[in-house]
Design a protein around this ligand. Structure first.
Ligand code: ADP
Ligand code: MG
Length: 239
């Protein structure tokens, strides 16, 4: 069963086609990794799925409902949440308040306080909850953003480069966290450059190149695909 079904979607920015006739199915309950070189169109595809851009053409379905023309907030209410690539925590506010702001959408009263503590503990942010978000390390800011996305209790969590700026230990921990959300039923679509992380979490992989689907399949099949190694792995080191 598909939770998201992207059908023939394109996005043009002036003369540039950032996403070109993409079909993508994300199955309910899976961890699906979207990989590809810089500029492949990964972040644009995410923004199309969550409704931050209207597509130039094509349709997007969520739980079989056509959401192509729905606004981002309506998609959040359906159960989608995104951690974008560019940092979006409120740096001048305390960590705890960042989580509180995100929780307001779904929770109130005692339930909200309980969820606040649960998220701060889950993300190892409880000891730093009084600090300004801007004073956290880069890795901790990424965790805070993941926590803010989780605060919306999504059925589908989209993570755009969640481990950028993290140490290998932090990256591994993030992978384990994502697997734990997934084992509780959350579907996860994640853009990542770190191949160790992709190996750790991915159940299926889609490769985007120059805005188009270049390959898709199981993690094993993608890792063995020489064409993928040429376009992606070769350049990943230079990135
Ligand atoms: P990726 O996330 O795979 O690195 P992006 O989706 O960010 O790729 O970008 C794909 C292409 O679209 C790039 O050439 C980028 O410069 C261009 N692009 C992305 N967003 C915009 C925008 N808002 N306006 C114009 N061009 C954009
Ligand atoms: Mg990107």
């Amino acid at each position: 069963m598909a939770i998201v079904d992207v059908q023939g979607v394109s996005k043009r920015f002036g003369g540039l086609t950032a996403v070109s006739d993409v079909d993508l199915t994300v199955n309910t309950g899976e961890i699906h990794c979207l990989i590809g070189p810089n500029g492949a169109g990964k972040s644009t595809l995410f923004k199309l799925i969550v409704g931050l851009y209207p597509p130039t053409k094509g349709s997007i379905f969520f739980d079989t409902v056509d959401i192509t023309n729905e606004r981002p907030h309506a998609r959040v209410q359906r159960g989608m949440s995104i951690k974008m690539q560019a940092p979006s925590v409120f740096k001048e506010l305390p960590v705890r308040q960042n989580i509180q702001i995100a929780l307001q959408e779904r929770f109130s009263g005692a339930e909200r306080s309980a969820e606040e503590e649960r998220l701060l503990t889950l993300l190892d942010l409880a000891p730093d909850s009084g600090k300004l978000a801007g004073a956290l390390s880069h890795g901790q800011q990424q965790w805070l953003e993941i926590g803010m996305a989780l605060a919306l209790k999504p059925q589908l969590l989209l993570l755009d480069e969640p481990t950028a700026g993290m140490s290998p230990e932090e990256t591994f921990k993030t992978g384990e966290l994502i697997k734990s959300f997934n084992s509780e039923g959350m579907t996860v679509l994640v853009v990542e450059h770190d191949m160790a992380f992709v190996r750790q979490v991915a159940q299926r992989v889609t490769v985007l190149h120059l805005g188009k689907i270049f390959a898709r399949g199981s993690l094993e099949a993608i890792l063995q695909d020489e064409k993928v190694a040429e376009i992606y792995l070769g350049k990943a080191h230079a990135h």
